[in-house]
Design a protein around this ligand. Structure first.
Ligand code: AHR
Length: 523
């Protein structure tokens, strides 16, 4: 039987902010420092697959080259969308893609992106490099992309520089089956049947690039525009209000206070870096202090969501309104030699550990967080896929999404984590971050990140209401903190089988290597 931990140990362990539980007392016989207690029978909330969502903006090489190469390209494609990227992304079960921005969305006029490709007018992408946008990739191309991936479209509407009429027309164009000007235009452009559009964002970052509005002003504007985002027969839209990009609880108070009745979700953006917005830090050349700093910023998401959820609970006790963390990820200095407006960055083992911690936190808050979209899917910020002409590689972050896909649609299993500490100078973090779920077949998956890049973490996992008979696992790690894949060495960082876990006296025992992400399957 377990013996109660002494109070002094408990007080150290309370430092574990990562698993975001009230520190319950965990009892154990062993001296192992990292302990996870899994309440297998208490699995209740579903982890919405959309928490594993993505974001594709007309920015740099995300859409053009990342997805769209055009039907005449030598790169193998389906009606212009490259096949290699689709094949890679199918393996991570992309549930939803948010498009066309970002900041771009509030300058985008959708009518420029439909109809014969050669007749579409060009525009200047003023946010991202002042490059000419050809509008060759528009609504039909995006919807076809979603069909190829089997994912939901999440459209970001233009509030900053568009009109309510333009927004209404877009929704009618996409979703109305009957006879109308917009539905007929869609038919003339080659699509008879309407599409289903479940998610529609009413603006993006309207406190900044989406119009520099105050919360009070945007709340009224949101209500006005949201009125015209109509539910045409057979299509029900989840209307998403634009939220803040930092801990601005006032924004949530005002939006929810004035417009809770008109919204189905509200967004939050959360980017992490090691430095400041001016000097974010290098994606590849960094030291342990920078490794520590970005993980610390990542774990702060837990407090941000907890406090946001508290505000939401005031206005929406039944939890009808979802919190959509619809932009998140690492943001590093642009790679040397790249267009500074294109936000192209490499992606290392550090990004993978950050992604694992992010997803653990998002899973833990799945009672309120109903969607999250990593920024961005290809060639921009914390990407899944990097391309160079016809070449394509997947990143360490991609592998985390592939390993964690077992959580999609599973029930969150509450866990208590008593973690040892990872010390850097006088500052500490928990040594591990974890989350667990139970899938439809009753299998339990636990994902664990080991934050310390120097020392492995031994851990013990006790299960309540579950008899473990078999444990298997997969691991993502490397020798160096900055290990990454390149076009020359595409498989430098990839998952491997993890054989280090065993069942002893009904508990799972394992040692997680330093700087790694593991997912265990317990049957
Ligand atoms: O993802 C890049 C940009 O970050 C988005 O366009 C904007 O919404 C955010 O500031």
């Amino acid at each position: 039987m377990f013996r109660k931990l002494t109070l002094s140990i408990v007080s150290i362990l309370i430092l574990n902010a990562c698993a975001c539980f009230a520190a319950t007392e965990i009892s154990s016989d062993s001296n192992i420092i990292n302990k996870i207690f899994i309440h297998a029978e208490a699995a209740k909330e579903t982890i919405n697959p959309e928490i594993y969502g993505h974001f594709a903006e007309h920015l740099g090489r995300c859409v053009y080259e990342g997805f769209w190469v055009g039907p005449d390209s030598k790169i193998p494609n389906v009606n212009g969308t490259r096949k290699d990227v689709i094949e890679a992304l199918k393996k991570i079960n992309v549930p939803v893609i948010r498009w066309p921005g970002g900041c771009f969305a509030d300058e985008y006029h959708w009518k420029d992106g439909v109809g014969p490709a050669e007749k579409r007018p060009e525009m200047v992408n003023t946010h991202w490099g002042m490059v000419t946008e050809s509008n060759k990739f528009g609504t039909h191309e995006f919807m076809e992309l979603c069909e190829l991936l089997g994912c939901q479209p999440y459209i970001s509407g233009n509030v900053g520089s568009g009109t309510p009429e333009e927004m209404q027309d877009w929704v009618e164009y996409m979703t109305f089956a009957g006879k109308s000007q917009m539905a007929d235009l869609r038919r003339a452009n080659g699509r008879e049947k309407p599409w289903k559009v479940k998610y529609f964002g009413v603006g993006n970052e309207n406190w900044g690039c989406g119009g520099n509005m105050s919360a009070e002003y945007y709340a009224d504007v949101f209500k006005r525009y949201a009125t015209y985002v109509r539910n045409y027969p057979g299509n029900n839209v989840v209307k998403v209000a634009s939220g803040p990009g930092w801990a601005d609880y006032h924004w949530f108070e005002v939006l929810l206070g004035k417009a809770a009745g008109q919204m189905d979700a509200i967004s939050l953006h959360y980017y992490v870096m090691s430095g400041s917005w001016e000097h974010k830090g290098s994606a590849v050349d960094f030291n342990e202090g920078e490794w520590f700093k970005v993980l610390k910023n990542t774990l702060n998401l837990d407090e941000l969501i907890t406090k946001t959820a508290a505000v939401m609970n005031k206005y929406d006790k039944p939890k009808r309104i979802g919190l959509f963390v619809d932009e998140w990820g690492t943001w590093w200095d642009v790679e040397k030699g790249e267009n500074p407006g294109f936000l192209y960055q490499q992606n290392t083992l550090r990004d993978a550990v950050v992604a694992g911690c992010f997803l653990n936190i998002l899973n833990q808050h799945c009672d309120r967080v109903k969607m999250a979209n990593i920024a961005q899917i290809n060639n921009v910020l914390q990407a899944m896929v990097l391309t160079k002409g016809e070449k394509m590689i997947v990143t360490p972050t991609y592998h985390v999404f592939e390993m964690y896909k077992v959580h999609q649609g599973s029930k969150l299993v509450p866990i208590d984590v008593n973690s040892g500490t990872y010390q850097n100078g006088s500052d500490t973090l928990p040594a591990i971050s974890a989350s667990a779920s139970k899938d439809k077949k009753g299998k339990i998956h636990i994902s664990i990140c080991s934050l310390n890049p120097q020392s492995p973490a031994e851990f013990e996992c006790a299960l309540e209401g579950f008899q473990a008979k078999k444990v298997t696992g997969r691991i993502l790690t490397a020798d160096a903190m900055n290990a990454h894949n390149t076009f020359e060495k595409a498989d430098a960082v990839k998952p491997a089988e993890f054989k280090g876990a065993e069942i002893k006296d009904g508990k799972i025992l394992a040692t997680i290597p330093a700087k790694s992400v593991i997912v265990l399957a317990i049957e």
